[in-house]
Write a protein that binds this ligand. Sequence first.
Ligand code: NAI
Length: 257
Amino acid sequence: MTSHSNLNARSKAVLITGAAGGIGLALVSACLQHGWYVFANVRNQASWRSLQSTLEKQCSDSSQYCQPLVYDVTEPEKVKGAFNEIRKSGKQLQGLVNNAGVMQDSALGMTSLSDFTQQMTVNVTASFQHMQLAARLMTRQKSGSIVNVSSIVALDGSAGQVAYATSKAALLGMTKSAAKELAPSGISVNAVAPGFIDTKMTATYQDQKREKVLAQIALGHEGKPSDVSALVLHLLSTEAAYITGQTIKVDGMMKLN
Ligand code: NAI
């Protein structure tokens, strides 16, 4: 894929973390179909092969514009290496989507400090480092858009998800502060807050547990990854340049108990 000719035809690039997950794949696919050159962060070669074959089926015309960056987002040196690769590619990094994330359901009393730290490291620290490195590149070109994938639990709270909700709420403070700091450089920073989206992350919610969640959604059904990617795609676009520092829900009007 990456060795195909004519890759220079697309100079506007976006980095999407967690690209092989449910929402990640929808993001990659939407960005490719809308003219972006995509740097897709995946954790290993097997994930890349699976993403690659799905993209070839879904968007054969544009799948050649997707380049894998294989690393764990929690390894700071690897993250720096990935940004060096982006810089050397000659592409203009116009977008960053901090999408990689982990969620562990557990009651406050049962959550170990290491589980808490792991969610904070992936969901917060890694997003911070990506935002910092992306902002350096975007500041030079005086344009760019950053989208952080938070969650409605950050806004409403969720019993059994204190650690996860803490991490997703931290992303909102990061989003608003960075939006203020980077506005003079023409960079927008926003967050999206999905509700209950049908991906691997929510696959453990079955039967009664799932019914209980669906009953809290006004639209009565879960969201699709493409519901989230459509919103992110808009926030990445130049048409959305006047939107910054916002958290936008995509949740079918979900009211958490
Ligand atoms: P998913 O489990 O399908 O995808 C998550 C992706 O993140 C996976 O590809 C995984 O490999 C990657 N990832 C995790 N840790 C990583 C690491 N250390 N380095 C590199 N990649 C790593 O889940 P989904 O639903 O697609 O989640 C995407 C984002 O959306 C996450 O940030 C999640 O918290 C958020 N979200 C999801 C909701 C849902 O209902 N599915 C609701 C609200 C937010």
